[in-house]
Design a protein around this ligand. Structure first.
Ligand code: NDP
Ligand code: X2W
Length: 346
């Protein structure tokens, strides 16, 4: 037990926090030392999530009750804006902490872009500059030496992974990328919201954040870096009445066979990314509960255009699984440690 990394999960009473606890309980090199909550502080995990009944876990405490002396690393699963204030304070108290943050607070490199998309000035600019964008398959080397890693958003992980290699290879027209990304409802978190009630969401599907969803800023940043010039993709998220999963459908201009070839070669050695045979496209059922991403490429009937489809679980590769993959890289552990389970199917 003594050589295990002592880990705290901030926001363990939320969806991504509880998913971290579920996954970390199977991680052989981590000891879950502290769990925090806000309104649910003082409760046991089993009172908040019955799936943890009978499991021995620390009681949920407020963040200011944490004993940092006994903590080596932190997963932060708190709301945007709150996160930057909390992490600035914790790192000032204990600079040696390793942190993987699941919020959007440290994903954008440009403070002006943050201010534009999030409506206020960043409160921890030094940390924003220090943070590494936590998409392991693209930034593995930088993540290795990082103290603070910013896990990307779930919609963005889904559609950055297939498009960045194509932009780097110059095989698609950077001015013609249109993403429609369908998400399950757990992406909205556990806090009660009228728009997320069963009767508001079931038996229907709707677009939201049309033309101005804040994830657009992450696409702009990563697509522009890959292309070497400014890229602005079109992005429309859809809310569908399922619990987990994201399916990104991306329309591009390029030769479908070539795109498939580039993606197959790029991801040939990646454990968590599967490029399906040409013409075959993924289903969210086949990645549910796993850290895997499945990518398909099909030819559009219009010559010179292609359709790329990508699927992942928003709570795993889109959040908590990817966060653990990041910690594994930061610690120099095998990248799949604790997160190599196959999807839950049917
Ligand atoms: N859900 C998803 O699929 C994804 C979410 N994310 C991001 O991850 C983060 C967490 O999301 P999610 O788990 O869905 O959110 P939830 O709403 O389910 O959980 C939020 C957690 O934060 C705690 N909390 C809320 N306000 C405060 C505060 N002021 N101080 C301290 N703790 C607070 C809550 O405590 P309590 O319940 O006790 O009030 C709860 O534990 C967000 O930044 C989100 O954008 C990123 C990728 C995917
Ligand atoms: C259904 C739903 O509301 N989903 C969230 C995505 C959550 C996520 O990945 O992203 P952030 O960490 O950037 O919040 C949304 O569209 O804002």
């Amino acid at each position: 037990m003594t050589d295990k990394l002592k880990v705290a999960v901030l926001g363990a009473s939320g969806y991504t926090g509880s998913e971290l606890v579920r996954l970390l309980l199977r991680h052989p090199r981590v000891e879950l030392t502290a769990l925090t909550a806000d309104s649910r502080a003082g409760k046991g995990m089993a009172e908040v999530f019955a799936q943890f009944s009978g499991i021995n876990l620390p009681t949920l405490v407020k963040i200011d009750e944490l004993d940092l002396g006994g903590i080596d690393a932190i997963f932060c699963a708190l709301p945007h804006a709150t996160t930057q204030i909390v992490l600035k304070d914790l790192l000032a108290k204990k600079p040696s902490l390793k942190i993987v943050d699941l919020s959007a607070d440290f994903r954008l490199e440009d403070p002006a872009a943050y201010e534009k998309w999030y409506g206020h000035a960043h409160q921890a600019l030094d940390l924003q500059q220090e943070a590494v964008f936590g998409l392991v398959e693209l930034y593995r080397d930088k993540i290795k030496g990082a103290r603070l890693v910013a896990n990307p958003g779930c919609h963005t992980t889904t559609s950055i992974l297939p498009i960045v290699p194509l932009l780097k290879a110059g095989t698609i027209d950077a001015d013609e990328i249109a993403i429609v990304s369908a998400t399950g409802m757990s992406g909205a978190g556990r806090a009660a919201k009228e728009a997320m009630l069963f009767s508001e969401v079931s038996e229907g599907i709707n677009a939201y954040g049309v033309g101005n969803h804040r994830h657009t800023s992450e696409f702009d940043q990563e697509y522009s870096k890959a292309a070497g010039h400014k890229v602005e993709a079109s992005f429309t998220p859809l809310l569908v009445p399922m619990n987990r999963g994201i399916l990104g459908t991306i329309h591009v201009r390029g030769d479908a066979r070539k795109l498939h070839d580039v993606l197959s070669k790029t991801y040939a050695g990646e454990h968590f990314i599967t490029v399906l045979p040409f013409g075959q496209t993924p289903h969210t059922r086949h990645i549910r509960g796993s850290n895997h991403v499945q990518i398909g490429v099909a030819a559009d009937r219009r010559e010179g255009r292609a359709i790329v489809i990508s699927a992942l679980d928003n709570l795993v590769k889109g959040a908590s699984g990817q966060a653990i993959q990041n910690l594994n890289v930061m610690m120099g552990w095998p990248e799949t440690t604790g997160i190599d389970q196959i999807a839950l199917f049917p």
